[in-house]
Design a protein. Structure first.
Length: 306
């Protein structure tokens, strides 16, 4: 059960800061559901009006039981379940930001890192609308099969379950190895470290999971197959299979999720900044039916943008 897995995370890593009212405002989690989870041992602090939940615990609950998460899984499925013979799909991603401190002195200087690694810099007067640059990417559903040594590597993570972890534990590969839980950042580090130990050509990747209507930032690993970097994410894929996001038997943990991934860098970096500081970023995404060539734009064609 979910609560048993959450209890593998030490309370010392938790932050009990979310009120009962905020559980609905932020995650649309019903009081009856939370009461049942508390009955089964969901960690909390306080009672009555002073009752508080851990933010990461609630994210894990919402990811599995929340209505918004169910809607997101439908959009993931639309991108993941395209057949290889359907060809490439084009998307427009618009960077949506706002000034984090309205009323500050001086202008607003924005910088955006795009999937093709181009850096766009825009300066606007304080109080003016923030820029909203858009970029186009092309994603392909056809990825090569993985060799046996790559499959054996992925098997070594077969009992690790996708779970969001507190910030202090996300990159702790020893903790992930011990409790068999990890999120995209930690499991990527675990996978890459183990792959390198085995002598495999593998690297970490940070970029965008392209889904409608809003894309997400994501970490994954890539392994070289016949000179081509192929995205792999076995822990996330097993979660998607379990929850019916992707269709089985067409999908298994060995298949590449490259149909919805656009890589930008090897490690996590800010994709948008305001006066040099990282800011909140939304990635509004829409499908483009015409080809990039017809529209006269340049688009990334794979996880590396080429």
């Amino acid at each position: 059960m979910l609560v048993e897995k959450l209890r593998r995370i030490p309370d010392a890593a938790r932050q009990f800061i979310v009120t009962p009212d905020e559980t609905w405002q932020l995650f649309r989690l019903a009081p009856a559901l939370l009461a049942e989870l508390r009955h089964h041992g969901l960690p909390t602090r306080g009672t009555g009006e002073s009752l508080r939940y851990d933010l990461t615990d609630l994210r894990n609950v919402a990811m599995r039981m929340g209505g918004s998460a169910r809607a997101a899984r439908r959009f993931w499925a639309a991108g993941m379940n395209r057949r290889s013979d359907e060809g490439s799909a084009s998307y427009e991603i618009q960077y949506k930001v706002g000034c984090p401190s309205p009323g500050h002195s001086g202008d607003c200087r924005y910088a955006f890192l795009l999937p093709d690694q181009q850096i766009l810099q825009r300066e606007v007067s304080a109080g003016d609308p923030a820029p909203a640059p858009a970029t186009r990417v092309v994603l392909r559903p056809d990825w090569p099969a993985l060799p046996d040594d790559a499959r054996e590597l992925m098997d070594s993570l077969s009992d690790i379950e996708f779970m969001r972890l507190p910030a202090s534990l996300r990159e702790d590969t020893d903790f992930i190895r011990q409790v068999r839980l990890g999120d995209c950042l930690g499991t990527t580090r675990y996978l890459v470290a183990e792959g390198r130990r085995r002598g495999l050509p593998i690297r970490s990747r940070y970029g965008v999971m392209v889904v409608l209507p809003y894309s997400n930032r994501h970490n994954w690993a890539e392994i070289s197959v016949d000179g081509r970097w192929v995205p792999i994410d076995p822990v996330m894929l097993r979660w998607m299979i379990e929850w019916g996001v992707v269709e089985s038997p067409a999908w298994d943990a060995y298949r590449s999720p490259g149909a919805i991934l656009v890589g930008i860098t090897e490690t996590k970096v800010p994709l948008a900044t305001h006066n040099g500081d990282e800011i909140v970023l939304g990635l509004a995404t829409r499908r483009i039916r015409e080809s990039p060539e017809a529209s006269g734009t340049t688009a990334a064609t794979g996880p590396d943008g080429h």
